[in-house]
Each structure stands twice: as C-alpha cells, then as structure tokens.
Design a binder for this molecule. Structure first.
Ligand code: G3P
Length: 219
C-alpha cells in the first residue's frame, strides 16, 4: 500500500521524502494557495523531492476546452506529474481524450460509487473518494472506499483507489483495512499514526535499564 502526503508544504515534504515511507504527494488549489509564492516553482520543487513518486496537481479552470489545455500544460511540468481533474460530467470527454493521450490522471472530488466506476471505465490512473467530506454530511466515507475496492476487484480495473480527505488516525486505519491502494494524509495525521506514547516510554525504559549495566561500548 502506498502513502501520499496531502500538502504543498515543501519543508514537510522534504522531511518525509528522505524517510522512504512516502510514495507521492497530492496538492490541490487550497494547499497551493496556503503555501503562497509561485505555484509552478513549488510544484517543480516537490517533483524533484519525489523523483520516483507521483505528484498530483489540480486544474484550476472551469471551461472544458481550457481545462484540456491546462491539463496538458501541467502534465509537462515534470515526468512524475499526475493531473487532477474533478469528477464532473462536463469533463468526461476531456478526461477520455487525455487518457487516450497517455496523460496520467487523478480524478478528484468523488462521492459516489458510480462516479468511481465511470472513471475506471475511462481508464484513469487514480480515483479519489473524499472520505472526510462525506462524513461531514452524515454519509459514510469508509463505506464508499470499501465499495470502491470491491468494485475495482470484481471488475479487475487497473485504476488505483486513492482515499482522500482523511482527517484522523482511525480513518487512516480503516482505509488501510479497506483495501485502498493509496491513502493521502495530512502530515499531522501521519505523524500521529506512526507514533505511540508506549513506544517513547519503552525506549526510555530500555535505555535506563541498559545504562544500569554500566557498559561503555556495545557491541
Ligand atoms: O486530498 C483531498 C484533501 O485535500 C481534502 O481534504 O480535509 O479539505 O476534505 P479536506
């Protein structure tokens, strides 16, 4: 299973890229706006930090023809770019055209199983169900991820299931068990998920017990 960071913050990405745990990054217009500065420069920098990972960059236009041109322009910013396009019927033809031209696509803002199926049929690389935002409206984000994993397996689609809008460690753990190919997570969630107070306490205790032995050099 792959883990992506859901951010456009360079210093966070730099810190995690070196660990080898991160397989990619998902940005969106909100992340890039928060990062400030020149989005093109930031995107190129992220792509260089994760040369072997996937970096999702979203279109920012509405008109389908302009979205098509923008997607093509974004796709050539670096070799490891995946273009993010919202799952709206207005873009279906554009998505098909881009897939036919071998542009890597991550279809975002997915909230129904049929939206996911439609995008698998078009042969996109990634589908992104937004869990947290479904939970926000009293629906179940994890149920959608589970149903999509089922659909992907039943019909043997190659499209990867990228669970997004994950806001808590519990949600991340549910996604890991649901059979998602990728979880994209905010850094705060990832930091919390990979640590435990008992790990810290255990390190301290082992160290104290070892020091009581009085051995200077080991082995
Ligand atoms: O990956 C999608 C994510 O950035 C959206 O998260 O918390 O704004 O729903 P959120």
């Amino acid at each position: 299973m792959k883990i992506f960071l859901d951010t456009a913050d360079i210093s966070t990405i730099k810190q995690w890229a070196h660990t080898g745990i991160i397989d990619g990054v998902t940005t969106n217009p909100t992340h890039l706006s928060k990062a400030g500065g020149d989005p093109k420069k930031i995107i190129k920098e992220i792509c260089e930090l994760l040369l072997h990972g996937s970096v999702s960059v979203e279109v920012t236009e509405l008109d389908p023809d302009i979205v098509y041109a923008q997607a093509k322009a974004i796709s050539v910013l670096a070799d490891n770019i995946t273009v993010k396009i919202p799952c709206h019927s207005r873009y279906f033809e554009v998505i098909k055209r881009l897939v036919d031209e071998d542009i890597s696509l991550n279809i975002t803002l997915i909230f129904t199983l049929t939206q996911g199926l439609a995008m698998c049929k078009l042969g996109v690389d990634y589908i992104s169900p937004f869990m947290g935002r479904l939970d926000d409206i009293g629906s179940s984000g994890i149920k959608l991820v589970q149903d999509m994993a089922n659909m992907r397996d039943t019909y043997s689609y190659n499209t990867e299931l990228l669970a997004a809008s994950i806001r808590s460690v519990d949600q991340l753990h549910e996604v890991i068990l649901a059979g998602a190919d990728i979880a994209t997570v905010p850094v705060a969630v990832l930091e919390k998920a990979v640590s435990h107070p008992l790990t810290d306490k255990g390190i301290e205790k082992f160290l104290a017990d070892w020091q009581a032995l009085g051995i200077r050099k080991f082995p």
